[in-house]
Design a protein. Structure first.
Length: 431
């Protein structure tokens, strides 16, 4: 009995010590020097010589206007007259969007179709929409999930969940053959990293979920692996021969966007989805070539699956803040009788690298900022929509694309599956 009592005393003493250490650790983490070491986010290196040159004022102002951006070049020039890098000047410089690729201005407000499929699939029957097909085959649940998981929630069931994994494996295998290195990335990021990558975090255009402060200071859910991959390369310096750097990641993406459009019902636009992302760093002379490589990979992925698509060069107002040029690929959705965006690919030139200190050494030994590029290799929900609507049969089944067969345990046809009753029952309140 005495032995047990002594043992309990030691346990309690250990718990008290742990609690004291935990309190000390929390106080230590509040130290600004410790926080600075923890984040290691560099000061942005804006192109001051170009942006703050009054001779470039009209060029930059027109660029902001065409992109429907929030930057104010006049305020920047006014602050720059003080001839010191004030915190307010740095903030305003950060709002100036990237310069648009010059040929994009010729498109006006409409995208330019660079490539389009010559034919569209023919059906001997009226093709159904994805939502109807998935409902008929018990592949998806979206009804009555609001009270449980919030709006725009969904559950992929059975064969559709397996097809999600098949698409991920198919895409990753393709990217690794193209010399991409696979990286596992975090889905929770510091707010400042997201801002440095060019995402809007204030106002009506904010699509980012922010965590409450008791989870940490200024952390958010990631909307794309692009930002985590950019963070991985922050404060990096590459040799000329190291480029291009090509990384790929599979992640969950969280976006607070909503839509009331009937064309975007179901899982076309949701708050959470799986995506395979491509990210590249290039020297400034070859970033256009790398952009072409990324778009070619996207096309090969769709061609091999047997999907129909068109490639669009997007106008300036669709570029957001970071991209100098952005290409979208829209897939044909037979059930909706329209094209819908499946993927996009952007050349952000030195917009992100100046904000994250990512550089390379030229052949002459000069340090320059890399050009960063990103592209969607596979956004799962929209790929599922395109596949189900394209490969439906007159019996209402889904033929599995040949390229996915190795990842579907040999299943060639998706038919109606039996699932357990998963209806939500309202809980009775007990007063």
């Amino acid at each position: 009995m005495i032995f047990i009592k002594m043992k309990l005393q030691r346990v309690f003493r250990t718990l008290i010590n742990c609690r004291n250490l935990s309190s000390q650790a929390k106080e230590l983490l509040k130290n600004p020097e410790i926080l600075e070491l923890k984040l290691q986010i560099p000061e942005p290196e804006f192109d001051i010589e170009f942006i703050c040159n009054p001779a470039n004022r009209d060029l930059i102002a027109n660029n902001i206007k065409c992109r429907k951006g929030v930057g104010n070049i006049d305020k920047v020039l006014e602050l720059a007259q003080n001839q010191k890098m004030s915190k307010e000047l740095m903030k305003e410089l950060g709002k100036i969007p990237n310069m648009t690729d010059p040929h994009v201005f010729a498109y006006g407000n409409e995208p330019k179709v660079l490539k389009s499929c010559k034919t569209l699939p023919n059906f001997e029957f009226t093709p159904e929409s994805f939502s109807q097909l998935a409902k008929n085959l018990n592949l998806l649940r979206i009804d009555e999930l609001g009270p449980v998981a919030g709006q725009k929630s969904y559950i992929l069931l059975g064969d559709l969940a397996q097809m999600e994994e098949a698409l991920v494996q198919y895409t990753i295998r393709k990217l690794m053959k193209c010399d991409f290195k696979l990286v596992s990335v975090p889905d929770i990021l510091p707010r400042e990293i997201i801002e440095r990558c060019g995402m809007v975090l204030d106002g009506e255009r904010n699509l980012v979920y922010s965590l409450e402060n008791h989870y940490g200071d200024d952390f958010c859910l990631s909307g794309t692996a692009e930002m985590s991959l950019a963070m991985k390369l922050m404060n990096s310096q590459f040799n000329y021969d190291d480029l291009p750097i090509k990384l790929a990641a599979v992640s969950r993406c969280f976006r607070a966007e909503i839509s009331n459009s009937t064309e975007e019902q179901g899982i076309y636009r949701v708050h959470q989805f799986t995506k395979v992302e491509m990210f590249a760093c290039s020297n400034e002379e070859k970033s256009s070539e790398v952009l072409d490589e990324l778009i070619n990979i996207q096309e090969h992925l769709l061609n091999d699956l047997g999907l129909y698509y068109q490639v669009l060069d997007m106008p300036s107002h669709e570029l957001g803040a970071p991209a100098a040029r952005k290409l979208d690929i829209e897939g044909w959705l037979p059930g909706r009788k329209t094209f819908g965006e499946l993927s996009s690919c952007s050349n952000c030139t030195d917009f992100q690298s100046r904000r994250l200190n990512i550089k390379y050494k030229t052949i002459n030994g000069e340090l320059k900022h890399v050009h960063t590029l990103n592209g969607t290799a596979c956004a799962i929900p929209r790929m599922l929509i395109a596949i189900l609507e394209t490969f439906q049969t007159k019996e209402g089944f889904i033929r599995v694309p040949d390229k996915l067969l190795p990842f579907m345990n040999g299943k060639t046809m998706i038919k109606k599956q039996n699932v357990a009753d998963m209806r939500n029952y309202k809980l009775k309140s007990h007063n």
